[in-house]
Write a protein that binds this ligand. Structure first.
Ligand SMILES: [Zn+2]
Length: 236
């Protein structure tokens, strides 16, 4: 089982870690700052710096089949360190921060548009949510609402509840296509103070003001009642 340092501190960019196993399929560490693909958020890229200075480029991060071990996928042909070796695990921070801002903005988009979410994707400074919503949506209105929520500069925190508590409060689950990570006995809720509370395992900024200004780039009709809303963040 890999200790997931990004869960306690999404702003942590690197950590001293030890190689547990290494093959071209993936490198497992005892602890990591790398976020593994999940919940619509892509896996982190970055590097593992071996003692002596050699760097192993990491192109993606995933969970192994056990859902407990995090695998850092090395670039093709990269020379791999041996199990037991000490490394510094360092993420590509510019990319991660853009994803954190986008991810948090999508939480607020689900507040601006209080409809069931059927899908979504977090990109670098852009992202989308799909809503089950029969009514036509006005792009300008949605954009105004979203930016008003961002401007509240609300703190973003977390709370943990038991699987049973979540089962008893199904209204907490907005995203029907992404099942919250259950089965470990407790579920992580991401709380945007006074605005939003939902199960989520991703990485977020500490306050909504850090998102900066967002534009609603497109609202697309996907089927009779599905609307795909795409947002783009302005550079801070
Ligand atoms: Zn989230």
């Amino acid at each position: 089982m890999t200790e997931a340092l990004f869960r306690e501190d999404a702003y942590r960019r690197e950590s001293p870690s030890r190689i547990v196993s290494a093959d071209p399929r993936g490198v497992a560490l005892d602890r990591t700052v790398f976020y593994p693909r999940g919940g619509g958020q892509p896996g982190d890229r970055g590097e593992l710096v071996v003692e002596g200075g050699a760097s192993v480029p990491i192109v993606d991060t995933i969970y192994d089949a056990d859902r407990k071990t995090i695998l850092h996928i090395p670039a093709e042909g990269a020379l791999l360190p041996s199990p037991g070796a000490s490394v510094v695990a360092r993420i590509d921070w510019d990319t991660r921060l853009k994803r954190m801002r986008t991810h948090t903005a999508l939480h607020l988009l689900s507040v601006a548009l209080p409809y069931p979410v059927t899908g979504g994707a977090v990109g670098e400074g852009e992202g989308r949510l799909d809503f089950d919503c029969g009514a036509p949506l006005d792009r300008g209105e949605v954009e105004k609402k979203l930016n008003a929520l961002i401007a509240l500069d609300a703190p973003v925190g977390e709370r943990w509840i038991s699987d049973e508590e979540l089962d008893a409060n199904p209204a907490l689950i907005k995203t029907m296509s992404v099942k919250p990570p259950m089965g470990t006995g407790k579920v992580r809720l991401v709380a945007i103070e006074g605005l939003d509370l939902q199960p989520c395992g991703g990485t977020h900024v500490a306050r909504t003001g850090e998102i900066g200004r967002a534009t609603v780039a497109q609202i697309e009709k996907k089927g009779r009642i599905n609307r795909r809303v795409r947002i783009v963040l302005c550079d801070p």
